[in-house]
Ligand binder design. Structure first.
Ligand SMILES: [Fe+2]
Length: 140
């Protein structure tokens, strides 16, 4: 759960980063979309952390703790073209779905139905974000 939480924080910050640094003729649409997605991702963090505590596990304690446990990559580039932002977020969301699916397999193994049920919702939300990002990309 801690690795998952680190990746969700990473994706949250990247989504906000691209929300703030968006450019181009679709600025308003993309800026607003990434704001919506950012809020949804941020809402996941508390649920994951509290679920981890209910299971007696550790959560993330700091920014350095995030960097120690994240698998998704940061993007510290000065400029990222809008289409690259969307592609990168789509790939990260797809990767997050894979992480969520493997966490679900662990839940199945231990018959942890409550965590599995939360994860199913997060997969649905993550696939929805991926869908929106993919459709915009295809339309470009
Ligand atoms: Fe904003």
């Amino acid at each position: 759960m801690r690795e998952l939480l680190a990746d969700v924080f990473t994706l949250y910050i990247k989504t906000k980063n691209f929300h703030w640094h968006m450019t181009g003729r679709h600025f308003r649409d993309y800026h607003l979309l990434l704001d919506e997605q950012g809020e949804q991702i941020f809402a996941m963090t508390d649920d994951i952390a509290e679920r981890a505590r209910k299971l007696g596990g550790p959560t993330i304690k700091s920014i350095s703790d995030i960097s120690a446990h994240q698998s998704l990559k940061d993007n510290n580039n000065e400029f990222v073209p809008p289409n690259e932002m969307l592609t990168e977020l789509r790939d990260d969301n797809q990767q997050l779905t894979r992480f969520l699916r493997s966490a679900h397999e662990v839940c199945d193994k231990y018959n942890d139905v409550a965590t599995a049920s939360l994860i199913e919702n997060w997969i649905d939300e993550t696939e929805r974000r991926t869908w929106f990002l993919r459709e915009i990309e295809l339309g470009q």
